[in-house]
Design a protein around this ligand. Structure first.
Ligand SMILES: NC(=O)c1ccc[n+]([C@@H]2O[C@H](COP(=O)([O-])OP(=O)(O)OC[C@H]3O[C@@H](n4cnc5c(N)ncnc54)[C@H](O)[C@@H]3O)[C@@H](O)[C@H]2O)c1
Length: 405
């Protein structure tokens, strides 16, 4: 450790050095101070990668207020580093559950021109307050789904770019990033070996695909549950067992929810699990496993080790222990450090460019949810190729013309 003992600062530099694309974008826009005096309200997981984005936006001239997108995911060392760097941060891991929503209000008090969110809560609050921002961005699937509902009801008070719907983001962040960090979180928290374990993954979307691939790579026997027939056949042809949740409850060791839905594992399921089953969630909110119902079954639940809660359910003749990791909150952020800097490099480059795009174009957009413009997606993909020293072929003019015939 360096003598100044500034852990947060060291973590910031560690992440920044692994985020070449965002660093390049930051350098360009810091030079021309494109965000000079622009108020930006942000609600993100407070991690070392987020600090690179926040410091970059601030370096390009923005005034930022930041709160946490998820109670328990805040890295206090990073919060302290940002505060010391004159960023207004409203987050504190130990009090986060109580102040989660009031912190969002503090962020919105600056009447942000741009609102950056991860999960849709800040956008929901901004809409309720009828804030007429120039625009917003949304980082994750759950948030995008909620915003689409608001938009259909005509209640969105500004245009939102669904950064999550960038192909580069879904492919790299949701799939490869969350895939790896979810498995990392489970191993960190439990210390169990995955080889030979029977694992059920609920949901074969971008996140589920990544988690399934990593779990299989570690030697686990993976079964998928789905509600979408297309995703289900994709899982089957990718080589996984596809089954109904009800049927696999008694025979599997670990269950990972990756759906964005509520009560995926709930009151109808717990008593069918085997003794010692482990439950965790990689979707955005802590409702995928109905932890509240488990609490009602065992008010005396207790922590067997940090972030592992044991619920003893059943009667005295057949008692079972069910273990829930990180209180059902995102295991990759609570049990590990979230997605790796290389992955967040791409997601946050998308965020930065989407913010610049909104400042230039937000005034002429309707109050709807937009996919990132194709131009932006292609630009990021080219920057990724450059960063990794990869070259690709180009269509000849004859080939380009052939496509249009
Ligand atoms: N932990 C993280 O760092 C992280 C990163 C990215 C996304 N997310 C979150 O993960 C969740 C999934 O994201 P995604 O991009 O994979 O979404 P997605 O829409 O691509 O996939 C979700 C899948 O779950 C399936 N599903 C829905 N309800 C189900 C149920 N009851 N049982 C089984 N399957 C069901 C859907 O059919 C779909 O195929 C979202 O909540 C998203 O916000 C978390």
């Amino acid at each position: 450790m360096k003598p100044n003992n500034d852990v947060g600062k060291e973590e910031y530099f560690w992440a920044k050095d692994r985020m070449p694309i965002l660093s390049k974008i930051i350098k360009k826009y810091s030079n021309n101070q494109i965000l000079s005096d622009i108020n930006i309200g942000m609600c993100l997981h407070i991690t070392k990668e987020t600090s690179v984005l926040v410091m970059g936006l601030s370096g390009a001239g923005a005034n930022i207020k930041l709160c946490a997108a998820n109670p328990l995911s805040t890295k206090d060392s990073i919060r302290d580093f940002l505060v010391r760097s004159n960023i207004k941060v409203f987050a504190n891991k130990s009090t986060e559950i109580d102040s989660f929503y009031s912190n969002m209000d503090k962020v919105l008090d600056i009447k942000p021109k741009i609102i950056v969110d991860d999960g849709g809560e800040l956008h929901k609050k901004a809409t309720a307050r009828n804030l007429s921002s120039v625009g917003g961005t949304e980082e994750t699937t759950s948030g995008v789904n909620r915003l689409k509902t608001l938009s259909q009801e005509g209640r969105l008070s500004y245009p939102v770019i669904a950064v999550n719907e960038s192909i580069a983001k879904q492919l790299l962040d949701n799939r490869f990033g969350t895939g790896q960090s979810t498995i990392e979180g489970i191993i960190n928290v439990t210390g169990v070996i995955l080889a030979g374990k029977k694992i059920v993954i609920c949901g074969y979307g971008w996140v589920g695909k990544g988690v399934a691939k990593c779990a299989k790579g570690m030697g686990a026997k993976v079964t998928l549950t789905e509600v979408d027939p297309i995703r289900a056949i994709e899982a089957f042809f990718d080589g996984y067992e596809v089954k109904v949740l009800e049927k696999v409850l008694p025979e599997n060791d670990i269950f990972i929810t990756c759906t964005g839905q509520t009560d995926v594992i709930g009151r109808d399921h717990f008593d069918k699990l085997k003794d010692g089953a482990i439950l965790c969630n990689a979707g955005h909110f802590d409702v995928e496993v109905d932890v509240n119902y488990l609490k009602s079954l065992d008010p005396n639940h207790y922590e067997v080790k940090d972030k592992v809660t044991c619920y003893e359910i059943g009667n005295s003749r057949s008692k079972k222990r069910i273990y829930v990791l990180s209180e059902g909150r995102v295991i990759n952020l609570v049990g590990a450090e979230g997605n790796s800097p290389e992955v967040m490099d791409i997601s946050f480059s998308n965020q930065f460019l989407a913010i610049v795009y909104l400042l230039k174009n937000g005034y002429r957009l309707s109050h709807k949810v937009y996919k990132p413009p194709k131009k932006l997606d292609t630009k990021i993909a080219r920057l990724v190729l450059d960063a990794y020293g990869l070259k690709i072929d180009t269509l000849t003019s004859k080939q380009a013309a052939y496509f249009t015939q």
